[in-house]
Design a protein around this ligand. Structure first.
Ligand code: AMP
Ligand code: ZN
Length: 116
């Protein structure tokens, strides 16, 4: 738990956000400002600022778990056939605005490439 981290507050339910998935390590919820018909955020319960911090802490299994949950959520939403995108914005140039590691799951429309 990191004080003043909005996603830690979602994990500890200080901020109410309906969870679409939860287990002992990972939770997922709707992005508050969706950029596609399906836009979920998959995060670890434990606070890591970004993917690099989790990797440096030896949390490779947790990182794999986050991607596995993302793929399962995409499949459950019937996105696997049409495709979807997983995004992990990291740091300032990566466009990360919330410094709690998260993976975006975006789907339900064709997504442009390259990103801005
Ligand atoms: P990023 O820019 O990659 O750090 O993504 C942060 C995401 O968190 C943005 O897409 C925001 O819309 C989303 N977000 C911020 N606050 C909340 C919240 N309280 N509940 C759900 N999503 C949020
Ligand atoms: Zn946090």
């Amino acid at each position: 738990m990191s004080a003043d981290c909005i996603f830690c507050k979602i994990v500890d339910r200080t901020i109410p956000s309906p969870l679409v998935y939860e287990d002992s390590e990972v939770v997922a919820f709707q992005d508050i400002n969706p950029q596609a018909a399906h836009h979920l955020l998959i995060i670890p319960r434990q606070h890591f600022a970004d993917v690099g911090e989790a990797a440096a802490a030896g949390e490779g299994a947790l990182l794999g778990k986050i991607l596995t949950v993302a793929a399962e959520l995409a499949k459950a939403r019937n996105l696997a056939a049409t495709g979807y995108r997983l995004v992990c914005n990291t740091g300032k140039d990566g466009g990360q605005t919330v410094r709690h590691l998260h993976v975006h799951l975006l789907g339900g429309r064709p997504l442009g490439w390259p990103p801005g």
